[in-house]
Design a protein around this ligand. Structure first.
Ligand code: 6R9
Length: 572
C-alpha cells in the first residue's frame, strides 16, 4: 500500500540543502565549534553543561523535569553546580578513577542526571541500565565490565547482587532513611553539602564515555563502548536532524537505559544548549499530550511503538490538548509504518521524520530532514559525512532496488570503539576492513532513499520469494482490527518457510476464523498473495524490547519450542 510522498517543509531548518551539504562536508570542520579545538582535551560534561553555564546561556533552562510528585527546572548554571556537587560526592566516597565503570540503575529523576554528569566530570565511563532489569541482567553487565560502583535506589537494591561482584566496591543509594555501611553511601546526605566547585578531569578524544549493553540474537549482551569524540556527530545531528535552535523546547521520550536516551535524550540537545524536557513515570497518552502542552514542546523525538499506542488512544483525545507549539517530530528504533506517518499528518498536521541508527553507531546514520521530501516507509538518506550502501555477503556494493546488507563506511566520529572484553566480536562487525555491517537488510531506491526490510536473520524465504517481515507487519497494521503485529518465517517442508503472523487486536475485536480470513485477504490485496500470512495467531500482547522493538526471535522460539535466549531487554 503506497502512501504519497510528503513534500519538504518550508521554514528555518538548519540543513537547508541536503545534496550540496552532503557533497562538501567533512566532520573535522565541526571540531572548530568546540572549546577543545585548540587543546584536544575535552569532557562531555563540560561541553554539554559548563560551557553554557559560563556563557550568556547561564540562566537558560537546561532541564524541565516532571513526574507524579515533582515538577522542577534547572538552568545551565544550576546544572553546573549540581553536577559539580555530584562529582565531589562520588569522588569523596569511593576510590573511583578515570576510566572506571560506574552503572546507573534508577528511575528517571533530576538526581539521575546530576550523578550521571558528575561521573562524567570525573572521567568515569557510565553504564546506564533499564530500571526494570532483574538480578541476572544486572549481574551480567557489572561482571563483564568489572564495574566498581553502581548508583541505585533502595527499591532496586535487592536486585544488585553485590556479594557476587568482587569488583563492586561502592553502592550509591538515592533515597530516604538510608543506613550506610562500608559499601553503601547515602547520596542525599552529601549531595547538597558537597562543594559546588569541581576540577573537571580533562580527557582525550578517544577516552571512554558510555557503555551501553545491547542484546544480540545469541549469547550474552555485549558492551558497546563509545568515546568522548562521539560528541562531534551528536552535536551536528542535533542541528541537522533534530533541527534544534536556540528557542526550542525539546522532548525525547527515551529512557536513558537505551542509547537514544543518552545520545539524544541529553548529550545532543545539551551540546547545542537546548532546553530539554524529561518526563518520569509511566506512559499514558493523556500525560504525554499534556507534557507537550504544558512545556510548549517544539521538537519531539519518540518511537513507533509509542506513536502506535497514541494512535490506539484515538484522535478525539488529541483535540483536548493544545499541541500547536510542535514544529518538528521524529521517530527511531523500529520501522515507522506508513500508516503511522499518515496518522501524524492527520492529527498533528506534522511530518514524522524517521531516523535510523544503532547502539553501535552512536548517533544518527540515515534520516529524513525537514528540507527533504519524505517517502513514508523509507528511513531517508545518509547524514552528510556518512557513506551508506547495500552490500552483498562479500562486501560488494549492490545496485539500486536490490535487497542486501545495510552497511556504513567505517570511521565516522561516533562509531563504537570496542565491544567490552570481546575484540573478536568487535572485528566481526566489519567486512574487508571497509564496511561496518549493521545486521539489517534494506535496499536503496534510484533516488538514494533507504528502505528497511528486517534484521538479516529475520528475512523470510517462502516458495523462493524473499519477504521482509516489516512490509507484512505494516500492511497488517492497516487492518482496522490489528493493534500490533509480528511476522516470522515458519519452516515448511514444501515452501521452505511459510509466513506466520502474531497479532494483538484493537479493543472491540475478538479472535475468530472469519477475522483470520479477512486479515489474510487484506494482506493479499494490499501487498501480494505470497506475502499473506498462512497462519495467524492472536495474542494479548507481543514480546517487545524496552525500546519498543518487536522481538521476532522470541516469537520464533515460541513457535519452534526453542530456548528464547537472553530476555533481559524484554518488557515485562
Ligand atoms: C537507536 C536504536 C538498532 C536496531 C537497528 C534496526 C532497528 C532502529 C530504525 C530501525 C527501522 C528505523 N531500528 N531504527 N529499524 N527503522 N528507523 O534503535 O538502537 O536499540 O541498538 O537498535 O533497531 O534493526 O539495527 P538499537
Amino acid at each position: 500500500m503506497k502512501v504519497e510522498a510528503i513534500p519538504a517543509v518550508q521554514g528555518n531548518y538548519l540543513l537547508h540543502n541536503y545534496e550540496e551539504t552532503a557533497a562538501n562536508f567533512d566532520w573535522s570542520d565541526i571540531e572548530k565549534e568546540f572549546s577543545w579545538f585548540e587543546t584536544g582535551k575535552l569532557n562531555m560534561a563540560y561541553e554539554a553543561i559548563d560551557r553554557h553555564a559560563d556563557s550568556d546561556r547561564k540562566n537558560k533552562v537546561a532541564l524541565y523535569y516532571k513526574d507524579q510528585n515533582r515538577s522542577e527546572s534547572y538552568t545551565f548554571y544550576e546544572m553546573k553546580r549540581m553536577t559539580n556537587r555530584a562529582a565531589n560526592l562520588l569522588k569523596a566516597h569511593s576510590n573511583l578513577e578515570k576510566g572506571d565503570r560506574i552503572f546507573i540503575f534508577m528511575p528517571r529523576s533530576p538526581e539521575l542526571y546530576f550523578l550521571m554528569f558528575g561521573a562524567l566530570k570525573m572521567g568515569l565511563i557510565v553504564g546506564p541500565l533499564f530500571e526494570a532489569f532483574m538480578e541476572g541482567a544486572i549481574y551480567d553487565r557489572l561482571d563483564d565490565s568489572d564495574a566498581k560502583a553502581i548508583i541505585t535506589t533502595p527499591d532496586l537494591l535487592p536486585r544488585v547482587p553485590h556479594d557476587r561482584l568482587p569488583h563492586l566496591k561502592t553502592v550509591f543509594l538515592v533515597g530516604d532513611n538510608i543506613e550506610e555501611d562500608n559499601k553503601i553511601i547515602d547520596v542525599h546526605k552529601y549531595l547538597h553539602s558537597s562543594s559546588d566547585q569541581f576540577d573537571i578531569e580533562w580527557l582525550d578524544k578517544e577516552d571512554g564515555l558510555v557503555l551501553h549493553y545491547t542484546s544480540g540474537s545469541t549469547g550474552k549482551p555485549k558492551g558497546v563502548l563509545h568515546a568522548q569524540y562521539a560528541m562531534v556527530q551528536q552535536y551536528q545531528t542535533a542541528k541537522w536532524v533534530l533541527d534544534l535552535n536556540e528557542q526550542d523546547i525539546y522532548w525525547c521520550t527515551a529512557d536513558p537505559g537505551w542509547v537514544t536516551g543518552t545520545a539524544y535524550g541529553v548529550f545532543a540537545p545539551w551540546l547545542t544548549g537546548t532546553t530539554t524536557v524529561i518526563l518520569g513515570g509511566r506512559f499514558s497518552p493523556e500525560g504525554w499530550y499534556k507534557a507537550i502542552e504544558d512545556f510548549g514542546v517544539t521538537v519531539w523525538y519518540s518511537a513507533p511503538t509509542a506513536f502506535r499506542m497514541l494512535m490506539g488512544a484515538g484522535d478525539a483525545l488529541v483535540k483536548e490538548f493544545n499541541l500547536s507549539t510542535l514544529r518538528h517530530v521524529l521517530s527511531v528504533g523500529e520501522p515507522l509504518n506508513p500508516e503511522v506517518v499518515r496518522w501524524g499528518m492527520q492529527v498533528f498536521k506534522k511530518r514524522i521524520h524517521d531516523t535510523w541508527w544503532m547502539t553501535e553507531t552512536g548517533a544518527h546514520m540515515i534520516c529524513n530532514y525537514p528540507s527533504m521530501t519524505i517517502k513514508p516507509g523509507s528511513m531517508g538518506k545518509p547524514v552528510p559525512g556518512i557513506t551508506a550502501a547495500i552490500v552483498d555477503d562479500q562486501g560488494k556494493e549492490l545496485p539500486p532496488n536490490q535487497m542486501g546488507n545495510l552497511a556504513i563506511k567505517k570511521g565516522w566520529p561516533s562509531m563504537m570503539r570496542q565491544i567490552w572484553n570481546n575484540p573478536s566480536k568487535y572485528e566481526s562487525y566489519f567486512m574487508n576492513d571497509e564496511w561496518y555491517v549493521s545486521g539489517d537488510s534494506a535496499y536503496m531506491d534510484e533516488e538514494g532513499y533507504f528502505w528497511f526490510q528486517g534484521r538479516v536473520d529475520d528475512v523470510i524465504m517462502t516458495s523462493g520469494e524473499r519477504v521482509g517481515p516489516f512490509e507484512v507487519e505494516s500492511t497488517l497494521l492497516e487492518h482496522p482490527a490489528v493493534a500490533e503485529a509480528g511476522v516470522i518465517g515458519k519452516p515448511d517442508p514444501v515452501r521452505g518457510e511459510v509466513i506466520k503472523a502474531f497479532v494483538a487486536l484493537n479493543e472491540g475485536y475478538e479472535p475468530s476464523e472469519e477475522l483470520i480470513q479477512d486479515i489474510q485477504q487484506f494482506v493479499k490485496k494490499g501487498l501480494a498473495a505470497h506475502a499473506a500470512p498462512r497462519e495467524i495467531e492472536f495474542k494479548d500482547k507481543l514480546p517487545k524490547t524496552r525500546s519498543g522493538k518487536i522481538m521476532r526471535r522470541v516469537l520464533k522460539a515460541w513457535e519452534l519450542d526453542l530456548p528464547t535466549g537472553d530476555l533481559s531487554t524484554m518488557e515485562d
